[in-house]
Design a protein around this ligand. Sequence first.
Ligand SMILES: [Zn+2]
Length: 201
Amino acid sequence: MPNVDASMRNGVIDQVKIAAGVRMILQGLGEDVKREGLRDTAERVARMYAELLQGAHEDPREYLRVVFDEQHDEMVLVRDVPFSSMCEHHMLPFHGRVHAAYIPRGKVVGLSKIARVIEAFARRLQVQERMTSQIADLLMDELDAQGVGVVVEASHTCMTMRGVKKPGALMMTSAMRGLFKTNQATRSEFLSLVLHNQPTS
Ligand SMILES: [Zn+2]
């Protein structure tokens, strides 16, 4: 798992400390941490957290360094980018899709780079509202766009597995910047492209 290696190298994620904590949780649950099924669990969970949460030590700005000069000034939209993140209130996953659009002002970027930005913001302890704004603000700033719109729809396991237990409930958040905020027609165009013709999955 190359991702884990990278996190170990940069030394910011302390897997030894995480493993010790996981062992304490298991003991707190009354488990025998030496029994066969649990013997390697603490280290395994530590490696998993390092992989899932390494985005906190990444600078997503890097992915937008290479931009192309292009006189296109209509909306560019990337839809249905899947993501998984971790809710910072419960440390349980939430996952879903991101739709992001921008109107360039002479600078465009490869769509895969936008996916990398989403990934970097998702792979950290998050709340959905903040992730939505962070993606929008970064695209707005780095691309010097005329406007940015981001919609995130996600299912939160802290809601579907526990508490009120509402499987299938989706949380929707949006962040509008520039023209997407000030121009009703732009916002409507974006939302109709994003919210209609949903895949059934
Ligand atoms: Zn939660």
